[in-house]
Ligand binder design. Structure first.
Ligand SMILES: Nc1ncnc2c1ncn2[C@@H]1O[C@H](COP(=O)(O)OP(=O)(O)O)[C@@H](O)[C@H]1O
Ligand SMILES: [Mg+2]
Length: 232
């Protein structure tokens, strides 16, 4: 049975890494249903499987077994090529380490997913400029990452994650490297953009207060979901 407005659906997802002869189980039978527009925090100890869960949901990695359905598409066994095309349209990522390209300016970094998808430069540039303004970086378009503060870099990464207008945003400790003040600014801008665009987000965080500020919460332990919080 499918839940009508389910946008992320996991059924009995396992992920086991193989390091030489050793098997490392990172996910052990995760099932989860996220509806469109839900903002969900994922908390849990280091090593509990949070990042692996985001990678598998974001098609950066295939599950060892089980099913992952995003936006109605079964993505459990996509080839690398199919996964990267699908991901470009469907999922935005913001990581703790923002992976901005150091040789490119802020606006070029934001435009990059669109250039990869073959969109026209002029409309992309306009959209990137709007997005950078909406994260209060309209005055930093031509700065390279090294010429920006950590908080500013994360705001560029958020703009880049949203340029393709994906329905899903996956964030792994997006404010983990920031001081309190820039963390709050990044969080505030992110929430505003998500709500304005009716996006769905899963956000991994170590910060219990941030976890509680999101309307839905998941707590992971030992490769599985231990608790659900919020009006699931
Ligand atoms: N690429 C990998 N290869 C092997 N083991 C991994 C890999 N990534 C994660 N793991 C292991 O999987 C488990 C879950 O890791 P991870 O998902 O990164 O946890 P968290 O993000 O909650 O800290 C850990 O035991 C970790 O050592
Ligand atoms: Mg992690």
């Amino acid at each position: 049975m499918t839940v009508p407005d389910s946008i992320i659906r996991l059924k009995d997802v396992h992920k086991t890494y193989q390091i030489e002869s050793q098997k490392v189980p990172a996910l052990r039978g995760v099932s989860l249903d996220v509806r469109k527009g839900q903002l969900v925090s994922i908390a849990g100890r280091s090593g509990s499987g949070k990042s692996t869960l985001l990678h598998v949901i974001g098609t950066l990695d295939n599950p060892s077994s089980g099913t992952v359905i995003l936006n109605g598409h079964d993505v459990s066994n996509l080839s690398d090529q199919a996964a990267s095309t699908f991901r470009n349209q469907t999922v935005g990522f913001v990581f703790q380490m923002n992976n901005l390209l150091p040789e490119f300016s802020a606006i070029e970094n934001v435009m990059m997913p669109g250039l990869i998808a073959g969109l026209g430069r002029a409309p992309l540039r306009e959209r990137a400029q709007k997005l950078l303004s909406s994260v209060e970086l309209g005055h930093r378009l031509n700065h390279r990452p090294a010429e920006l503060s950590g908080g500013e870099q994360q705001r560029v990464a958020i703009a880049r994650a949203l340029i393709m207008e994906p329905p899903i945003l996956l964030a792994d400790e997006p404010t983990g490297n920031l001081d309190k003040k820039s963390g709050e600014l990044v969080e505030g801008l992110l929430m505003e953009l998500l709500q304005r665009n009716q996006m769905t987000m899963l956000l991994v965080t170590h910060d219990p207060e941030l976890a509680q500020r999101l309307p839905y919460q998941v707590v992971m332990e030992d490769g599985n979901i231990k608790d659900f919080g919020g009006p699931w």
